[in-house]
Write a protein that binds this ligand. Sequence first.
Ligand code: ADP
Length: 518
Amino acid sequence: MQSGGSYGPELLGFLELLPTPAVLLRLDDGAIIWLSSSGAGLIGAEENSQVVGKSILEFVATEQHAFVTRDMHKLMQGADRVSPLVYTLQRTDGKTGSVHVESIPLVFNDTPAALSLLVDVTEREDALIALGESETRYRSLVESSPDAILVSVAGEIVYANPTAAADAARHGVTELEGCSVFEFLPSDPDHVGRLKQLYTEGGVLPWIETIVRYHDDHAFPAEIHTTLIAWHGEPAAQTVVRDISQRKAAEAEIREYQDHLQQLVDERTRGLERAMAELESMNLDLMNANAAKSSFMAAMSHELRTPLNSIIGFSAILEKGLAGELNEEQAKQIEIINAAGRQLLGLVGNVLDLERIESGRTEVITRELAPVDMAIKLVEMVRPLAENKGLHISCIPGEDLPQRLRTDQLKLEQIIMNLLANGIKYTDTGSVVLNLSAEEGWFRFTVKDTGPGVPPDQHDLIFEEFYQHSTRDNVAKPVGAGLGLAIARRLADLLGGRLWLESEEDVGSTFALELPLA
Ligand code: ADP
């Protein structure tokens, strides 16, 4: 039985004033009796007359016709209202819209009718559709993520993506949804505090490194990152859990490797330190041995000198006939004894010199000297030796020589004397010349002879102690102990200079000594 009040045309004026669009329908066939002007606008009609008389079904999506018919029937049967529904409108302009409809029965002009109040919800519905779409997009992103993602509302997990579910399943947890998120994620006050802050202030929690525990027995290192999102209209925490056990294992391996390397380095360093200590103690032994050798040599040399001087002195007395007349043979032999004594004394002197230089006991005493005068004096001293062998000897000072040279005169004379003596000793024919020159801050003395020369591979060796190069058959054997040049080079070093040889076999030798002018 139809219910509701009975109205005449005065109802229409009242309905027209309502803020909500309204429509009157005939209950038996759903024909539109009247439509408010805002209602006409809603279904895209310019005037009421365009739609009055037409069935309401023309303006409702086909799949919803059954609901319209059902509701009309309910009202016809006496229901005092039908539950409100959202209908999809088929507008006259071909567009669609969404309208929320609430209907009550009444009698209009004696005809059973339904008064339906319409609310346009097109925008809201569109928004819901868009929301649906964005949710679908969110889901598809989250579901395909290689990271585990948990969404929790008030600490309870409401969604776990497939990666999270698979991780949990691997560790014996079959259902994540409904569990407390703190069963798995850190529940320390710090983290919980940060989550609370996220809920109240929103935003994002930065990535933190932590331990995630899907099972009592299984914990793994992870980085987690939490964002506040809306989950079905409620604030929720979305936590991305990134398993970093592999990275951690790799880091641990690198650390182990580094430790191993460090160990190796430490071992090597210790080995090296041991070797250094050994070397140091060997060095000390050597220095001690050297000191012992030096004092032995010094003592021995002095011990030798005394009897040698007696041998030389007394043989000279004998030689001169001061102890009585000597026959020719005796005189010859005494001369040999005297010469051998002098040679031995020279050798002892050389050994002492070398020992003094090596032990650093040689003092350098510099003073100004006139280099040209000194050179001429030295050449004159050895002239008799040279002329005895039929050699030509001379001193050639170059042009523009400095007048003065500051050096240790005795040592300089010893070097040049040695070079001159060697030149005379090893040269059989020709000449020995002492040249003087100066250039670029250096004063140079060269002793050039026309002797046998020295093969190139021995240019440096002859400056070593006791070295005497193997002379060929046609060249006189050296007379000496191979110490003269060794001493000369060390003295040159002491004077801050250098001594070297330029020589060509069968042409001659040139020994050059350079001393600094400054
Ligand atoms: P030594 O007492 O034997 O002369 P030195 O140290 O003075 O010792 O010389 C070392 C070696 O160098 C000599 O044995 C000799 O073979 C060679 N030597 C030195 N001076 C000359 C020179 N002017 N010409 C050729 N050889 C030389």
